[in-house]
Design a protein around this ligand. Structure first.
Ligand SMILES: [Fe+2]
Length: 239
């Protein structure tokens, strides 16, 4: 399995706070059947893309070395979680922020109120530049401002969706579980990801998270969303 959305890199955003946590998360991921993780730190500073990329890549290199020493069988890929309420329209080259240098770009909307039209403009800008936006966890903020109309408008503009494992498992409440499952069954959510931040809560304990999934989420859906589509992203195939 490959996780396309994680905050496993230490001391770069609100994810892993130190390198020990990064290593523990990777070990937990390997123990739960993962063999690849895309590091997607939050990215907001469109004026300093190079600085972010340098810091991210240095941390990935260091973590790779430790994983090898500790014999933890996880391949790390680079990525970012782009914030869609800021500077994409005027940003420079975004290639270094894609997932593993593919066409795919993980994006998120603000959790609080935001300008929906501007958010859509930013999505369109990404598509115009040749990227395929993967919108992270729409089910997490469904109640506040992401409604069926907005979902449809994003789909029409070429976005695909990623839902969080905790939502699918029902750990974030009944509504987000319902929406996440509907998006998967409808074929709109192509990915289930960890959005891992820390070892206690948003983590890789997938055996426990998935121990009592609703029966509509069959092994076939899990294989598509955790293995097949993520592999297509990593190898820059069309999904
Ligand atoms: Fe995230």
């Amino acid at each position: 399995m490959i996780d396309i959305h994680s905050h496993i890199l230490f001391d770069i955003d609100d994810g892993a706070e130190n390198v020990e946590t990064s290593v523990s998360l990777c070990r937990q991921a390997a123990d739960n059947g993962f063999n690849g993780i895309v590091a997607t730190p939050h990215f907001t500073d469109y004026k300093n893309i190079d600085r972010f990329v340098m810091e991210r890549d240095a941390k990935i290199d260091l973590l790779r070395e430790i994983l090898e020493e500790e014999e933890i069988d996880i391949t790390l890929y680079s990525g970012a979680e782009l914030y869609l309420d800021s500077g994409i329209l005027t940003a420079g080259d975004l290639d270094a922020l894609t997932i593993n240098n593919s066409r795919y770009m993980l994006c998120e909307f603000p959790l609080g109120p935001f300008d929906v039209e501007r958010g859509l403009l930013e999505l369109v800008e990404l598509c115009d530049r040749g990227y395929t936006p993967i919108v992270a966890h729409p089910e997490r903020y469904y109640e506040s401002h992401i409604n069926p109309e907005f979902i449809n408008r994003m789909l029409r503009r070429g976005a695909v969706f990623q839902v969080n494992a905790d939502s699918v498992a029902g750990n974030l409440g009944g509504l987000s579980q319902e929406i996440a499952i509907d998006l998967i069954l409808g074929g709109f959510a192509k990915f289930i990801a960890s959005d891992a931040h820390d070892i206690k809560h948003r983590n890789y304990d997938f055996r426990r998270k998935f121990s009592s999934l609703p029966s509509v989420i069959t092994q076939t859906y899990l294989a598509s969303c955790l293995i097949d589509f993520p592999e297509d992203v990593i190898s820059d195939e069309e999904i």
